[in-house]
Design a protein around this ligand. Structure first.
Ligand SMILES: [Zn+2]
Length: 336
């Protein structure tokens, strides 16, 4: 339907005609206020009159709803669905937990537009697990014990996300967005390589966290705590829905390096990445004095990682995917 060159019946021409789609501004009055919305119309290629195309009205109804909500600062349906997902709560219990009537959220999910007041409550719950916990406690007697507990635990687990720096959180969210399946081990190594490559290229760090030399390579312990429940499985974490639609705070350079690492190191599994780190000087130095298989928790200083990657950059040109691939292949040759 949205494809160019499609045909439909033109009531002016009285014939099947090709049409094209274009944007059109319309003015609408809602609750005594004037709004300008951009909608999509189909125009007959022959006579230039508007044509009525199946499905177009539905699209425009959704578009107008979206633009109206944006103009009024009112939460979208997706925001409400995200709220249910991150706090693991159904629509009726969510309604009660927020202090609304039982059918209020179900109605919003059917398309009814929330008032500004209720919309603000929903937005606060979406951006602050502490606010959600407060609401859950205020309305605890209206909820079943099971629903209360499940949502409360989810809120606490979201709070734990903020134990890592905002920058680290953004990098992790970016990786999850780009890579389908990431295990905790793989994530740890990618974060390390992102920090390494970035500091090697720009002479400064992406995030402040320090990693430690564990048996399985460099590990950011705060991140380890965050995802320990996933063990060796790909991370499937509803908590990160919290970050969707929030302002993106990664710089272009940070995104460039993250993409670079994802497109090179990101092609390998956690075990292979672990092998690479085991052959790098910072990890070997931090592990000095520890025999094979002996656990260690030594700091891997950020400036040591930076120094190493500055040196690697001189040899391999790690600003390019080709350079990084050569580095990876040399390191894997060493490991075998
Ligand atoms: Zn026509």
């Amino acid at each position: 339907m949205t494809e160019k060159g499609r045909k439909d019946f033109c009531i002016v021409c009285r014939k099947e005609r090709e049409y094209y789609l274009r944007k059109k501004q319309i003015v609408k009055n809602i609750r005594d206020k004037e709004y300008t919305f951009a909608i999509t119309v189909a125009v007959c290629s022959e006579c230039g009159e508007e044509m009525s195309i199946p499905g177009l009205i539905d699209i425009n109804v959704r578009e107008i709803d979206k633009q109206y909500r944006a103009a009024e600062g009112i939460v979208s349906l997706e925001d409400i669905e995200r709220l249910m997902k991150i706090y693991k709560i159904g629509k009726a219990p969510l309604s009660l937990a927020l202090g609304f009537g039982e059918i209020t959220i179900p109605r919003y999910l059917e398309g009814q537009v929330p008032s500004k007041e209720y919309s603000d409550i929903i937005r606060s719950a979406l951006s602050s697990p502490a606010f959600m916990k407060q609401k859950l406690n205020e309305n605890r007697d209206k909820l079943t014990d099971a629903a209360y507990r499940k949502a409360y635990i989810a809120a606490e687990s979201i709070e734990s996300l903020f134990s890592v720096s905002d920058k680290m959180l953004r990098v992790i969210a970016y990786i999850f967005d780009k890579l389908e399946e990431v295990t905790p081990l793989m994530l740890q190594k990618l974060l390390y390589f992102i920090q390494g490559v970035y500091s090697g290229l720009f002479g400064k760090t992406v995030f402040d966290e320090d990693c430690r030399a564990w048996l399985h390579g460099p590990v950011y312990s705060e991140v380890y705590e965050l995802f320990r429940d996933f063990k060796y499985n790909p991370i499937d974490d509803a908590r990160f829905a919290l970050l969707e639609g929030m302002e993106d705070t990664l710089t272009d350079d940070e995104k460039y390096v993250t993409d670079l690492v994802i497109n090179t190191f990101g092609m390998y599994g956690g075990k292979v990445l672990e092998k690479i780190t085991h052959n790098e000087a910072p990890w070997i130095e931090a592990r000095k004095g520890y025999g094979t298989g002996i656990p260690s928790n030594e700091l891997l200083p950020k400036d040591r990682i930076m120094k190493y990657y500055i040196m690697i950059n001189k040899k391999y040109d790690i600003a390019t995917e080709a350079g990084l691939r050569t580095y990876i292949s040399d390191m894997l040759d060493k490991a075998s």
